[in-house]
Design a protein around this ligand. Structure first.
Ligand SMILES: *[C@@H]1O[C@H](CO)[C@@H](O)[C@H](O)[C@H]1NC(C)=O
Ligand SMILES: *[C@@H]1O[C@H](CO)[C@@H](O)[C@H](O)[C@H]1NC(C)=O
Ligand SMILES: *[C@@H]1O[C@H](CO)[C@@H](O)[C@H](O)[C@H]1NC(C)=O
Ligand SMILES: *[C@@H]1O[C@H](CO)[C@@H](O)[C@H](O)[C@H]1NC(C)=O
Ligand SMILES: *[C@@H]1O[C@H](CO)[C@@H](O)[C@H](O)[C@H]1NC(C)=O
Ligand SMILES: [Fe+2]
Length: 629
């Protein structure tokens, strides 16, 4: 017993040395500009009922029908199918009336919003070609509640063509409906506005309503209620989530990517699930299903893997380029045409600027939206952009700092485990150094919240990672935890991880860039430090499963353990949404609401406090940096 403990401690030492070496690669001496002392963060601590509880809700056998069901990766959730094309929940008018209305914002000035909508229907068939709408204008009008006059604003009309190079899909060629975008500039903060939209004939019709957020200089900002969703899709469970979220009356919604799941359907049929092209009509149905929320609350969306539609077109994604075959075979085409990022004020036909952005919420939260499907390494445009964004944050102005991107670097589910190790190796130190409060993710179809953490250990100077991964999409929840023992094999799911016949370590050793999913070509680009591991030293709540998935000549590393790791605070493989109430510059109340048989039940409930600054942190960083110099 004593011997094996010693062995564990020794292998942990070797591992620690390896980690330091990895950092030498990351931050060399010429790289100091990013380390700005005045941006060191306050620590974020948890208070209240859920603080430092270790609370796992496992799969509920009653919900999936059997105990075995909880261990079946492929089991579909009950009722978890997309609304049929043409059903009332997703049907849209083709008579020229606006539909699929959605608000984007706030823009970085805190006061500007974008309203977008569709007019007419798509045109589909072998002979369809792009039509030129470049001369067309559109209009929206706003009226403050209580005021008489309407203020009219003009905007752009665009469309896009999805033509497949695969000749068998020629009949699925899709020309989108007219897409109208109008910027509503510099609205008054904290104010109800009515708005009207131009129909096909240019007439302003309808009466929609939304409330602007407080802005810079608003006297009253708090409480500020932010809704959080991801991976939402268009099933009956999606509309449950939509309704639960609306009932909670968020002032703004952060949507962490994977909107429609249109790529589950082939180009030729809205009901047949295959991988032959992507069904653009399923984007249209999605827009209609989510209109009740999206037309009444501004959304901050995020481009993710289901927005990256490559099937049937020769899209090129590589480690360095961000052009992604723009314009004809641009795989983010549909998303970008429909959801221009906040900050874009003109020329919505140029959709190349839509892949990452930053904005300010309520004058108090800087939200940096990154994209882990677009090259993110040093020297890439995204890297340079994001570093400038982090460096420009003024915590006196925006005390809260959130980052969103789609795939979670820290989670404990079997599916997509360790997919983000390369991203983490580039960005974790930056998040830590600039004092990111919350990292918001989706992708993993389940819920998980970590404690504040850094490098696989609870650390009150590190961010909290929140995976809000399933709003009800057709692919269903992920059931299995990586540390869970599969009763069929008596081994952890971690031990079953397999990438093309190889375990993660062997894969990382033999083909570093092959690590990670095919749709994320840059996941383990050349030069990316190798995979990180759950270190043996953090296992104090279960046995370390000494993995056999170790590269030749290396000590066994603590890749797996057989219990929930100490950094994971709460996890539950169910559909739901979250509500974050910012109460002051230093305090927030976070809750995750689980969908339970048509109801929303608050399951994770924690108060987050931002306390004194992390004095020890600088020393820690300096120590490591001195070693690397
Ligand atoms: C496209 O549709 C036409 C008319 O229905 C049909 O004759 C043709 O075979 C289809 N083409 C392909 C490639 O399926
Ligand atoms: C999906 O919605 C149906 C109908 O409300 C419900 O019975 C089912 O439990 C939901 N599925 C999940 C996984 O929540
Ligand atoms: C990636 O794109 C860059 C820039 O266009 C190009 O120079 C490079 O050859 C491409 N690499 C691959 C592997 O296609
Ligand atoms: C797993 O372990 C249990 C308890 O030791 C044993 O009864 C069962 O047969 C084992 N199953 C397998 C597949 O080895
Ligand atoms: C590791 O793999 C070797 C060879 O496949 C096997 O003999 C050994 O028992 C394994 N060790 C563990 C701990 O599973
Ligand atoms: Fe995803």
């Amino acid at each position: 017993m004593a011997q094996s403990r010693l062995a564990l401690a020794l292998s942990a030492l070797v591992l620690a040395a390896a980690v330091v070496n990895a950092e030498v690669q990351l931050h060399t001496a010429d790289d100091d500009a990013w380390l700005l002392p005045n941006f060191r963060r306050n620590m974020i601590a948890e208070a209240g009922g859920a603080a430092y509880k270790h609370e796992t809700v496992h799969c509920d056998p009653a919900a999936v029908g059997s105990v075995a069901g909880c261990y079946d990766q492929g089991i579909p959730a009950v009722g978890n199918v997309d609304f049929k094309f043409g059903s009332p929940q997703v049907a849209y008018p083709t008579d020229g009336t606006p539909w699929g209305v959605h608000l984007t914002g706030p823009y970085p000035d805190g006061r500007t919003y974008l309203v977008s909508w569709f007019v007419g229907g798509p045109t589909i068939g072998a002979t369809v070609t792009r039509t030129d709408l470049s001369g067309m204008k559109t209009y929206a009008a706003v009226r403050k509640a209580g005021a008489k006059g309407w203020v009219k604003h003009s905007g752009s009309v665009i469309n896009y063509l999805r033509a497949y190079s695969d000749p068998s899909l020629v009949n699925g060629t899709y020309l989108s409906p007219q897409i109208h975008h109008v910027v509503l500039p510099r609205l008054d903060p904290n104010t109800f506005y009515y708005y009207q939209l131009a129909d096909m004939s240019g007439k302003l019709v309808g009466e929609y309503r939304f409330k602007t957020l407080p802005g810079p200089g608003s006297k009253t900002v708090y409480p500020l209620r932010v809704g959080l969703i991801a991976d939402i899709g268009q099933t009956v469970n999606s509309s449950d989530t939509r309704d639960h979220l609306m009932a909670n009356k968020p002032q703004v919604v952060i949507m962490v990517g994977d909107n429609t799941y249109a790529d589950n359907y082939g180009a030729l049929d809205t009901e047949v699930r295959n991988s032959k092209g992507t069904n653009q009509q399923r984007w249209d149905t999605y827009q209609q299903l989510w209109q009740p929320l999206y037309s009444t609350v501004p959304i901050l969306n995020c481009a993710a893997n289901h927005e990256l539609e490559t099937s049937g077109i020769p899209a090129v994604i590589n480690y360095t380029t961000t052009s992604f075959s723009f314009p004809t075979n641009f795989p983010f085409q549909s998303y970008s045409a429909r959801f221009p990022v906040p900050g874009t004020t003109s020329n919505f036909g140029d959709i190349t600027q839509n892949l990452y952005y930053s904005t300010v919420i309520g004058g108090k939260v800087k939200l940096i939206t990154m994209n882990n499907y677009v090259p993110f390494h040093k020297g890439t445009p995204q890297y340079e952009w994001a570093m400038k964004e982090f460096a420009s944050v003024d915590r006196k102005m925006t005390p809260w700092l959130f980052v969103q991107f789609h795939a979670p670097p820290y989670h404990t589910y079997y599916t997509h485990y360790k997919e983000m190790d390369c991203f983490l190796s580039v960005w974790e130190d930056v998040f830590y150094e600039y004092g990111v409060d919350l990292v918001l993710n989706g992708h993993v179809h389940a819920y998980e919240r970590t404690h504040p953490m850094y490098k696989y250990k609870p650390d009150t100077c590190g961010p909290i990672y929140i995976t809000i991964g399933d709003g009800g999409n057709v692919e269903g929840p992920y059931r299995n935890f990586v540390d869970e023992i599969n009763p069929n094999t008596n081994k952890t799911y971690c031990e079953a991880l397999n990438y093309g016949g190889l375990g993660p370590v062997a894969m990382a050793a033999s083909k570093p860039s092959g690590w990670g999913p095919g749709y994320q070509t840059q996941a383990h680009a050349p030069g990316c430090p190798t995979v990180t591991f759950q270190p043996a030293t953090s296992v104090d709540n279960g046995l370390l499963v000494l993995s056999n998935m170790t590269a030749a000549g290396q000590p066994a590393m603590g890749f797996c353990q057989n219990s929930q790791p100490t950094w994971s605070a709460y996890r539950d493989p169910s559909f739901g949404h979250a509500i974050l109430d910012l109460m002051s510059d230093t305090s927030a109340h976070f809750r995750w609401f689980k969908n339970l048989e048509g109801n929303a039940v608050a399951m994770d409930d924690v108060v987050l406090e931002r306390l004194d600054s992390c004095a020890s942190r600088m020393a820690g960083m300096m120590g490591r940096r001195m070693m690397s110099a």
